[in-house]
Ligand binder design. Sequence first.
Ligand code: PNS
Length: 160
Amino acid sequence: MVTVVCPGSFDPPTVGHVDVITRAAELFDDVVVAVGVNVSKSRLFSAEERIELLTEVFADNPRVRVEGFSGLVTSYCTQIGATAIVKGIRGSGDVDYENQMAAMNARLSGVDTVYLPSRPEHSFVSSSLVKEVAGFGGDVTPFLPPTVRDRLLARLADRT
Ligand code: PNS
């Protein structure tokens, strides 16, 4: 049984995240979506809300479970016995950033990182851009699972 970790902020989860996690679950037995609860960025959704959104999205996938984690992702991997970290790569910008984290994580604990290329149609999709577009009234329907889109629009409406 191979357990892998897909760590991230998921604020909010996008169709790009969902695709990478779904594909990871076709390759590995047990995929833990690890939501960073103490990452030092300001968040639109609380950790509990991000966990709830992802749990809803993957409710029908028995190989995927969603957990919160705090502290180092490598410590979390050791704690749950994960073999590797899985990350999606959208382009060269992601490669530079992810290679640096992958090398640090390998050095810290020996845990390796596996990259899955994002599908071309998701190459420009990021949580931060989706929030910006939605905040200015743009249509983000293609970029989010339907429940996430509804929650994002409700959250933005609450804030105005
Ligand atoms: O979706 P993001 O914001 O790119 O996710 C970043 C995340 C949560 C994967 C990264 O910040 C992380 O692993 N944070 C936990 C703290 C840690 O282990 N930092 C050292 C990474 S080399």
